[in-house]
Ligand binder design. Structure first.
Ligand SMILES: [Zn+2]
Length: 106
């Protein structure tokens, strides 16, 4: 099961828990077990999404390094300090895409 499938399953579980939460007797003021399930799923999905690598935006490079913007938080990243993950938000980064040289258009 890959991360996208796991997220899909969590969204299914979320729908079920939401129905159950709505079915609960709302005269109980305290959080129900279903509300807690929803909170946990809402917290887990963004964490999992960060594990799916995203392409670094606005990439540039010099002799030593590649630079760009984190696709999630917009933080400035470079391939030395943020090789695998954005240090700001934890987004997994993909540096593989070739830099398109604007001067080399056909
Ligand atoms: Zn980031």
């Amino acid at each position: 099961m890959d991360i996208k499938q796991i997220i899909g399953q969590l969204i299914d579980i979320r729908c079920n828990s939401e129905e159950m939460a709505q079915g609960e007797d709302k005269q109980q003021p305290e959080e129900t077990v279903w509300d807690l399930d929803l909170k946990a799923i809402d917290a887990a999905i963004p964490l999992l999404e960060k594990q799916i690598s995203k392409k670094v935006e606005s990439k540039t490079e010099d002799i030593d390094n590649q630079y760009g913007k984190c696709p999630r938080c917009g933080n400035h990243v470079d391939d030395e300090n943020d090789r695998n993950y954005c240090q700001e938000c934890g987004q997994r980064l993909d540096w593989s895409e070739e830099i398109k040289n604007e001067n080399n258009k056909n």
